[in-house]
Design a protein. Structure first.
Length: 414
């Protein structure tokens, strides 16, 4: 029997009509004989509104209370969807994250899934029911409710698909799939038919609207993930393991498509620690405390030391800036550094493609395209399949257009 996990984002369940639309789509797959687990996000902007409400009653809401509050958003959408399914004559049951067996660590607001105990969901499926699961949430060993971080319902869905050994995880959203760049920035961006996990992970980490942890899980457990629209019936994008070393018959031996897409992220903040003594252990002393509070650090640049002192700059998401600054400021005396400055008006633009790694010239072409468009580069990092530049936020959209055009991604054969 085919088992599908469907996931519907906030805009797909934004109001009663959309919830009924989602219910009908689930019924369609159910009619074709598949078992269905549906994971939902909170309706529309519910999560933002709940956060705002919390900030209105308290300048610094308690993390445990905030997570329990935010978890209610997904409870609303999953119970309403279940009622809609039942009204259409289908057997369905709603389950909170904890009822669905999503166990997490205790990092409120950014909890990570420690294990999934899928027995209850399996049991419901075996009784012929559609299981409708509240995304974005889990439960600790001490029975406290946690949330997985913004956009975390994708990760709930893929984790369940992995634990249930589902045939596929379908992510239904308000776009038709994964594009070579954000189509709102680049109108000529192309929708991809398929993309490999690793390239998608880079695109998601650097701007494509999917929770990167869901792609990591998909890759680790080999869950094929299909991204498509919940509103129109158009072919979407399949994220899966692409045997990219096999000849595909279309390209000559070493002429495979090399740049897959351009990602951008506008919520980048940079922290610079000034005049840090250049001795062993300093970087560890700086970054260990940040990791301990759950701040993930991205681009890191340490300058060559002058007179045995150096500046260390790194980027974090803007949401993490206040927390990261608080930690770093506390460390300045023990590090023996002279001070810390920050800039919250930055963005990153990235070129992603698995074919780039052994081909010279991609980085220099990227810098040329940006230079010719008069975009200044603040920091640069590379991975095997990505080159990222930190630029001013006000330059980011133009930078994406320059790179999309420069690497000719509007053409089918890139
Ligand atoms: N409702 C949560 C959020 O807005 C989780 C999600 O949408 O996946 O971040
Ligand atoms: Mg949402």
């Amino acid at each position: 029997m085919t088992l599908l996990v469907h996931k519907y984002g906030g805009s797909s369940v934004a109001d009663a009509d959309r919830i009924l639309n989602v219910a009908r789509r689930i019924c369609r797959d159910r009619d074709s004989g598949a078992d269905i687990v549906a994971v939902v996000s909170a309706m529309g902007d519910t999560t933002d509104e709940l956060i705002e409400l919390a900030n209105t009653v308290s300048p610094n809401p308690d993390p445990r209370e905030l997570d329990l509050l935010l978890s209610t958003g997904e409870l609303v959408s999953c119970t309403l969807l279940t009622m809609a399914l039942r009204s259409l004559g289908y057997q369905a049951i709603s389950l909170s994250g904890s009822q669905a067996g999503i166990h997490t660590d205790t990092m409120y607001g950014r909890a990570r899934i420690s294990r999934v105990d899928p027995d209850r969901v399996k049991n419901e499926l075996s009784r012929g029911r559609i299981a409708v699961v509240a995304g974005f949430q889990g439960i600790t060993e001490d029975l406290d409710i946690t949330t997985l971080g913004r956009g975390g319902s994708d990760t709930t869905a893929v984790a369940l698909a992995a634990a249930l050994n589902a045939d596929r995880c379908d992510i239904y959203t308000d776009v038709e799939g994964i594009y070579t760049a954000d189509p709102r920035i680049v109108p000529e961006a192309r929708k991809m038919r398929e993309i490999g996990y690793m390239e998608m992970l880079e695109l998601a980490s650097y701007g494509a609207k999917m929770h990167p942890r869901s792609i990591e899980l998909g890759a680790a457990y080999r869950v094929p993930i299909y991204v498509a629209s919940s509103l129109v019936d158009a072919p979407g994008t399949l994220i899966h393991q692409i045997p990219d070393l096999l000849p595909d018959g279309e390209h000559s031996m070493e002429e495979r498509v090399k740049v897959t897409g351009i990602a951008s992220q506008s919520n980048v903040a940079k922290i610079t620690v000034r005049s840090v003594p250049d001795r062993p252990g300093v970087a560890a002393a700086l970054f260990e405390p940040l990791a301990a509070v759950g701040v993930s650090v991205d681009t890191i640049v340490q300058n060559t030391s002058v007179e045995r002192f150096t500046d260390i700059s790194f980027t974090v998401t803007r949401d993490d800036l206040a927390l990261a600054l608080r930690e770093v400021e506390g460390l300045i005396p023990s590090l023996g550094a002279s001070g810390v400055v920050s800039d919250a008006t930055l963005a990153s633009v990235s070129v992603v493609g698995s074919g780039m790694q052994n081909t010279p010239g991609y980085a220099s072409r990227m810098f040329r395209f940006l230079a010719d468009g008069n975009v200044n580069i603040d920091m640069i990092t590379t991975s095997e399949i990505r080159i990222s530049c930190i630029v001013r936020e006000s330059d980011a959209a133009e930078a994406v257009r320059l790179l999309h055009r420069g690497f000719q991604l509007d053409r089918e054969d890139g």
